[in-house]
Design a protein around this ligand. Structure first.
Ligand code: OGA
Ligand code: NI
Length: 340
């Protein structure tokens, strides 16, 4: 990778990093706490081809999806119906766009016609080393892309194709999760349209310094559910039974995780679990995430009473997250909306 493409992480993080250096010299504590024995595991694996099978198999598959969402907040799916070829084409476009000079990426709205602020890198609001992220991303509102593209812009064209198919998969999963709570509902079809969703293209450059820096700091996703495609490098970790565990990459599986909005909607039955990415000192890593989001005005209210959370609109939720990130360096999320 041509260095001019990489964001100036070291420069930006110099002050916070120096602070830790001094601290660890003073107190002799280990600075590689992220490398700390993290067990690698296989996420629950769900074969979605069973959804086209007989009723017994279908119901069993739906139950597995609901159970994994309760117990793990994460699972992986195979036979998900998204052709491999779409991922390889999107990955190829993703590599190309991140290879653009850094200056060009920061002006991405002009070059790529995305909303301003789509290109992000690092953690501008970080107040401590644990909040640093050694990564860059295009966080793309799909409304910027859908219905506006011509085949000549291959990035936008591929995103559009992907978004259409991913939307179907996300809807299917959301409907199943609602159904398993006794709600045959049109809520997701009505409120989470292809153009209210987001696609995030992530790149994690090799991080040659200090192993205590995250590729992506610990967080939960602010959506209903996320479909994640990752390459074979590895680095994704999630919290299970209060411990970090590493997800073993599987080339034929997609990772699905529950976001904050589903946790609120299900009144805490489905879990929005904290996850993070650890850096790799030598190899760059790519991933892409599709976020199932409602329109800004959509009100998210628990489907069971008594509800744990105040009802809120998606816009209110996002605003609260933005405020917390700005003021505290990281998001608080759902606990902000607890009723008791
Ligand atoms: C995200 C995310 C994980 C990954 O983009 O929200 O958690 O593996 N990404 O890149
Ligand atoms: Ni995430």
């Amino acid at each position: 990778m041509d260095p001019i493409s990489d964001p100036p992480f070291e420069e930006a993080y110099k002050i916070l990093l120096n602070k830790t250096q001094n601290k660890s010299n003073d107190s002799h504590h280990h600075d590689n706490k992220l490398a700390f024995v993290v067990e690698e595991c296989e996420l629950p694996m769900i074969d979605l081809s069973h959804l086209d099978n007989n009723e017994v198999m279908r119901e069993k598959c739906k139950l597995e999806i609901a159970r994994a969402s309760q117990e793990w907040g994460f699972f992986q799916v195979i036979n998900h119906g998204i052709p491999n070829d779409i991922f390889s084409r999107l990955k190829c476009e993703q590599e190309k766009v991140f290879k653009l000079p850094f200056d060009k990426k920061t002006k991405e709205d002009k070059f790529l016609q995305f909303s301003s602020g789509s290109y992000r890198w690092g953690t501008p609001s970080a107040t401590c080393v644990g909040q640093l992220s050694w990564s860059e991303a295009f966080h793309i509102p799909l409304k910027d892309v859908l219905g506006t593209t011509t085949q000549s812009n291959t990035l936008r064209y591929t995103i559009e194709q992907f978004a259409t198919i991913a939307s179907n998969l996300a809807q299917t999963l959301a409907d199943i999760l609602a159904q398993q709570m006794g709600h045959e509902s049109t809520f997701f079809k009505e409120n989470c349209l292809p153009n209210t969703c987001y696609l995030r293209l992530n790149r994690y450059p090799p991080c040659p310094i200090a192993s205590e820096i995250h590729g992506l700091m610990p967080h939960t996703d602010s959506d209903f559910l996320t479909i994640l495609y990752q390459d074979q490098v590895g680095g994704l970790q999630l919290v299970k039974d209060k411990k970090w565990i590493a997800v073993k990459p599987n080339p034929s599986a997609l990772i699905i995780n529950i976001g904050d909005l589903f946790q609120a909607w299900s009144n805490g039955v489905y879990k929005s679990v904290e996850h993070r990415v650890v850096t790799n000192p030598r190899v760059e890593r790519f991933s892409m995430a599709y976020f199932l989001c409602p329109s800004n005005e959509t009100v998210i209210e628990s489907c069971r009473k008594p509800s744990l959370y105040k009802k809120f609109s998606f816009e209110e939720y996002r605003q609260q997250v933005r405020n917390d990130v700005q003021n505290l360096g990281s998001k608080i999320g759902l606990p902000r909306f607890l009723l008791f």
